[in-house]
Design a protein. Structure first.
Length: 307
């Protein structure tokens, strides 16, 4: 068992960069697999990953707090502020930056947050709350900044199956098959490896998209990537600062910094200038390098504390 613990600890520090590299190198086979499956590989992986994580959460532990309110307030104000700040520079860059802020917390943030010592119930509560809030907010924001074709029903159709259904399935399992749910909760590290596979698939699709993108100028792409990097760092830093005030910096950082980039890319390509999706595409890479660094630092702190 100690050997497995040591192996898991050593692997996870380099796992996300490795998964991204594998996805980038195998972008064509990965894209072909996604197309063949009807784009069901990623949703199935996310469902399983969240099911494993939610088996650890009791509904009675899920409570709203001021932390959730401040995170939502920052996200709402910042997405509008970033758009108007960058609009004089370039409308496409403004759209890409805005979508990096507007996008809800990633489904996998609960998984990574748990590895960093965050309160899983706090993050699960915010994950449900944030995604539903974005479903309400996004149609208004995207209608103003984009094509006007976004609807509340369309947003719910993208969010609910990947968020509410795994939570409901996990709670049903806890009630009907508590032994199974207990075993799944005790082996929750499975969700991390499911996330790695999902990450490789997302990066593969992303790489293929960038290779096939011929309409954008190099300058626009660089500005979009730079905006994504700046926003990524600011959101992780701000989230941790807010979370620290409520005794959970890891939950705050992951809740605000780790975005549902699959949904963000879809929103950008469907309702904004499609080239603006370069920003959330770049955000995928940046947020996972940040997470790799945080996991490495957390493991180093644990090792030092043991000594």
């Amino acid at each position: 068992m100690r050997v497995l613990e040591s192996l898991h600890r050593n692997v996870k520090t380099v796992a996300m960069p490795s998964a991204m590299l594998v996805g980038a190198v195998l972008c064509r086979p990965v894209t072909a697999l996604e197309t063949w499956s009807g784009r069901m590989v990623t949703p199935v992986l996310i469902f399983l990953m969240l099911f494993v994580t939610f088996c650890r959460v009791r509904p009675s532990e899920m409570r709203l707090s001021m932390l959730h309110g401040w995170l939502l307030l920052f996200q709402t104000i910042a997405c509008v502020g970033v758009y108007f700040l960058l609009l004089p520079l370039d409308r496409t860059v403004a759209q890409g930056a805005m979508i990096c802020v507007l996008a809800p917390v990633a489904m996998a943030a609960v998984v990574i947050g748990g590895m960093l010592g965050a309160n899983v119930a706090t993050m699960a509560t915010y994950s449900l709350l944030c995604n539903m809030a974005v479903a309400l907010l996004a149609p208004a924001v995207l209608s103003f900044a984009g094509t006007g074709a976004c609807s509340f029903a369309g947003m719910l159709a993208r969010i609910v199956p990947l968020l509410v259904l795994p939570f409901a399935a996990a709670q049903c399992c806890r009630a009907v098959l508590p032994g199974v749910a207990g075993w799944v909760a005790a082996h929750s590290r499975i969700s991390f490896y499911l996330w790695l596979v999902s990450l490789a698939v997302v990066i593969g699709r992303t790489t293929a998209f960038l290779i096939d993108l011929h309409d954008a100028s190099a300058a626009t792409e660089l500005w979009l990537a730079a905006a994504a990097l700046a926003i990524c760092l600011v959101q992780f830093k701000t989230g941790r600062a807010i979370g620290r005030r409520y005794g959970d910096p890891a939950a705050g950082g992951q809740s605000l910094g780790q975005k549902n980039t699959v949904l963000a890319v879809w929103m950008a390509q469907s309702f904004l200038d499609p080239i603006s999706s370069v920003a959330p595409t770049a955000y995928i890479v940046f947020q996972n390098f940040v997470n790799s660094y945080q996991i490495w630092r957390k493991d180093r702190e644990r090792t030092e504390n043991r000594v």
